[in-house]
Design a protein around this ligand. Structure first.
Ligand SMILES: Cc1cc2nc3c(=O)[nH]c(=O)nc-3n(C[C@H](O)[C@H](O)[C@H](O)COP(=O)(O)OP(=O)(O)OC[C@H]3O[C@@H](n4cnc5c(N)ncnc54)[C@H](O)[C@@H]3O)c2cc1C
Length: 471
């Protein structure tokens, strides 16, 4: 962590005191205890020093902090769960509107809806929903924030049955760039509601989200692992088998280093392996029958698939992406997974740079995502059945160059098999063209029109940015 000086010194102390007094939550400046922790995000590579962090307690604080930043010409970062790999939750010399203390959750079990404040993580939401045998369609791990994940789309364990996280969004409360609090739903501010479902944090600060939630209760979930020598055959079996399974099943194939965990026999710990992770969210008997061919194929070295509460299933992969590790991610959709792509991925993984590095292919299609019209939400790329993702992770600076080189080489080798567009929540800052490609021309034009209407000055620009049209 380095020292923080510039804006902290230039920002008017008396004005800051006015904001401190106006907030119900906490205001943190560089000299305050807790500041360093509050500027830390999931990706250990990100080391930014905001002038002010406004840890908001509610909507009023968000409005106060936004007005303060605008009056003082400060850049703004909005922080939800802090998982943006690009580090968009923090900025240098500006103001962080930190929503992470806003954790109100209202559950209506009969209507199967919730209203969730923007600081909640999916793990917190599903922890409480489990009591009612309900689950929210969040991510593949429990630690991500509800805000960034939903606004960018949201892939997770219920994706084939219930779609993206944003497909379960019913309404949102939004503080817009000019400081208004507006409600967006299919009936109210419908165009804004369209843009919130995939357009990221471009149009305002969402203070709470209303979601439809789903009956799940006990899932059948877990992981199979095979030695890398068998990876080609198992990978190909999975690719051919997964698309024909019922949508209650969501699976992903991942190349990983077997962790030194009790469920891994000692002889496999530390070995590069192919894992197939599964979550079945449906009737148990049908789930057991559906999973049988996968579990019986080629005698896995590890099989820890079994019944568990959905809230536990959502946590099962958390340890693979520990907070504070340095992260470099690359990702794109895959229209298909040819043998050559599998061979390339496995070959490169033989030289994996660090034990935390993973290479994943997620099966996201052949289900609810494709059932939604591509113009219904700003998340418009709904046809690809698979998504490819490299998550290079390392702990010590001496591994950085090797990890970055390996990521680049692996990406270059995989690129011929990948779609040109990627999922924006999985990539870092890869420039305006990549953002445009992710949406396609028609959706991007519509997002620019929405940006012109709600944020023509690009107040909210620390994100996968939709740039307003020049006037
Ligand atoms: C370990 C890990 C696991 C992941 N797993 C998944 C996964 O399973 N599925 C998936 O789809 N993605 C996943 N992602 C990617 C994830 O969706 C994005 O990183 C997402 O941005 C995280 O949201 P956040 O609120 O935690 O992040 P933040 O870094 O706090 O925010 C990300 C962006 O969203 C904006 N934002 C956040 N909240 C709000 C709000 N309330 N109003 C307006 N703007 C807001 C921020 O300004 C920023 O631009 C994962 C990322 C990591 C690091």
């Amino acid at each position: 962590m380095h020292a923080h000086t510039v804006a902290a010194d230039t920002l008017d102390e008396a004005a800051t005191q006015v904001l401190r007094d106006a907030l119900r939550g906490q205001l943190l400046r560089p000299a305050d205890p807790g500041y360093d922790q509050a500027r830390t995000v999931h990706n250990g590579l990100i080391d930014r020093s905001p002038a002010v962090i406004a840890r908001c307690a509610g909507v009023g604080d968000v409005m106060e902090a936004l007005a303060f930043a605008r009056d003082n010409g400060l850049p703004i970062a909005v922080r939800g769960g802090g998982h943006s790999v690009a580090g968009n939750a923090v900025c240098d010399h500006g103001l962080v509107i930190d929503l992470s203390a806003m954790k109100g959750l209202w559950i209506d079990p009969a209507a199967r809806t919730i209203r969730a404040e923007a600081g909640l993580t999916w793990g917190e939401i599903n922890h409480d929903l489990q009591r009612f045998d309900l689950a929210a369609a969040g991510g593949y791990v429990s630690t991500t924030g509800v805000g960034g994940l939903t606004l960018g789309g949201g892939l997770g364990w219920l994706v084939r049955k219930h779609g993206l996280a944003c497909d379960s969004l019913l309404s949102a409360d939004v503080v817009t760039a000019d400081g208004e609090l507006v409600h967006a739903s299919a009936d109210q501010n419908a165009e804004l509601f369209w843009g919130l479902r995939g357009g990221g944090g471009n149009f305002g600060i969402v203070t709470s989200f209303e979601f439809r939630v789903h009956p799940v209760g006990i899932a059948i979930a877990g992981l199979l692992m095979h030695r890398l020598e068998r990876a080609h055959d198992v990978f190909k079996f999975w690719r051919d088998w997964a698309p024909g399974t019922p949508p209650e099943l969501t699976t992903g194939a991942m190349l990983l280093t077997a962790p030194p965990a009790p469920f891994v026999p000692p002889e496999h710990q530390g070995a590069p392996m192919l894992g197939i992770a599964v979550v079945w969210a449906g009737p148990a008997e049908q789930g057991e029958a559906t999973l049988r061919p996968l579990r019986e194929f080629s005698s896995p070295a590890v099989d820890i698939i079994g019944p568990m509460p959905y809230s536990a299933a959502q946590m099962m992969a958390d340890d693979l992406w520990p907070r504070g590790a340095c992260n470099r991610w690359k990702s794109a959709f895959m229209p298909e997974v040819p043998d050559a792509a599998i061979d390339t991925a496995v070959r490169h993984f033989h030289a994996t740079p660090t034990p935390l590095t993973c290479l994943l292919i997620e099966h996201v299609g052949d289900g609810a995502v494709n059932a939604v019209d591509s113009r219904a939400t700003a998340f418009s790329r709904r046809s690809a059945p698979f998504n490819f993702l490299i998550t290079a992770q390392w702990d010590t600076p001496r591994d950085a160059d090797h990890a970055l080189d390996w990521t680049r080489e692996t990406w270059d080798a995989m690129e011929p098999h990948l779609a040109s567009e990627g999922y924006l929540n999985y990539i870092g800052d890869e420039g305006a063209d990549r953002v445009r490609d992710a949406y396609g021309v028609e959706t991007h034009d519509r997002l620019v029109a929405l940006k012109n209407r709600y944020d023509p000055g690009n107040v909210f620009r620390l994100n996968q940015n939709i740039q307003p049209a020049a006037r």
